[in-house]
Design a binder for this molecule. Structure first.
Ligand SMILES: [Zn+2]
Ligand SMILES: [Zn+2]
Length: 261
C-alpha cells in the first residue's frame, strides 16, 4: 500500500512523528510520499525522504502559494529535483475555489513554469486542481506531447464525469482521499466523489491521504495520517466490488509506474 500524497513535512507531527510512521508500517503502508507546497515544505519533504527508508518526496509550488514565491525559486526547485528519492513535481496546478485569493493569471504563470521544469527534467506531475477544470485541461493539453509518457496524477480528484474523462484521456492517474467516505457532496461540487471512483478504471487509481487534512470516517475531525490510507482503500474496494488485496496491489503497481518506485 502506498500513501502517494501526504504532508508529514507540515507542522503538527513533531510530537509523535515516530509513532505516526510506525502505525503506517504496521498497517502495511510500505511507501509514503510527502509533497511540498512551497520551497520550505519542499525542502522538508526532501529531508524526510533522506532520513526515512520508505519515504519519497515531491517538490513544487502550490497555487495558493503562487504569489509568495521567493526570487530564484525555479532554480531551487530544479536543484531539489536532482536529489535522491525526489520522484516528481507537485503539488502544482490551479485552484479557483473561494478560499484562494491568488489571481488566476499568477497561478497560471507559476503552473506553466513548473510544467516547463517537469519537461526539462523528465519528471511526472502531481496536479492540484479545484474548480479550474477547463483551464487545467487546456494548459495540460498544450504541453501534453512534451510531458513524460505517463504524465503523472491528479491528486484529490474532484469534479464531474466529463472532466474526469478528459483527465484520463490525457493519460493521468487519479488519486482519492478520505473525503470519499464523507456523505453528500462537497461545497462547490456537483458530482459525488463515489461516482468518480466508480468510473475510474482500476489501472488508473492511486491511494493517498493528503494528511493532515481529509481524514476519513470514522476519524473525521481529527488529524489525518498515512495509516488511514487503508480505510480509504477499503472504501474504494467496496465501491469497485473487488477485494482490498486487489486495490492494494493495483494502486501500489500504478504508483510504481508513474514514479518509478
Ligand atoms: Zn492539494
Ligand atoms: Zn496536498
Amino acid at each position: 500500500m502506498i500513501d502517494a500524497h501526504c504532508h508529514l513535512n507540515y507542522p503538527g507531527y513533531e510530537n509523535d512523528f515516530n509513532e505516526v510512521v510506525k502505525r503506517a508500517e504496521k498497517k502495511g503502508v510500505e511507501k509514503i510520499v510527502n509533497v511540498g507546497t512551497d520551497l520550505k515544505t519542499s525542502r522538508k519533504a526532501v529531508e524526510l525522504a533522506k532520513n526515512n527508508a520508505n519515504f519519497y518526496a515531491v517538490v513544487g509550488i502550490h497555487p495558493h502559494d503562487a504569489n509568495s514565491v521567493e526570487d530564484g525559486w525555479e532554480k531551487e526547485i530544479e536543484k531539489l529535483l536532482n536529489e535522491e528519492k525526489v520522484i516528481g513535481i507537485g503539488e502544482i496546478g490551479l485552484d479557483y475555489f473561494a478560499h484562494n485569493d491568488v489571481d488566476s493569471k499568477i497561478q497560471k504563470k507559476i503552473f506553466e513554469k513548473q510544467l516547463q521544469i517537469a519537461i526539462k527534467k523528465r519528471m511526472p506531475l502531481q496536479i492540484h486542481s479545484r474548480r479550474a477544470a477547463s483551464d487545467i485541461i487546456d494548459i495540460l493539453s498544450s504541453y501534453r506531447k512534451e510531458l513524460p509518457d505517463i504524465p503523472g496524477m491528479f491528486h484529490c480528484m474532484s469534479g464531474n464525469l466529463d472532466y474526469l474523462k478528459k483527465v484520463l484521456n490525457l493519460g493521468f492517474y487519479v488519486g482519492f482521499d478520505g473525503n470519499i467516505t464523507y456523505k453528500g457532496i462537497a461545497p462547490g461540487e456537483d458530482t459525488p466523489l463515489r461516482d468518480l471512483v466508480e468510473y475510474s478504471p482500476l489501472e488508473r487509481l492511486i491511494t493517498e491521504t493528503d494528511a493532515p487534512w481529509l481524514t476519513p470516517v470514522p476519524h473525521r475531525g481529527s488529524r489525518n495520517e498515512p495509516s488511514y490510507v487503508i480505510i480509504t482503500a477499503e472504501f474504494i474496494a467496496g465501491i469497485k466490488g473487488v477485494s482490498f488485496d486487489k486495490i492494494n496491489s493495483v494502486t501500489t503497481e500504478n504508483a510504481g509506474k508513474i514514479f518509478n518506485i
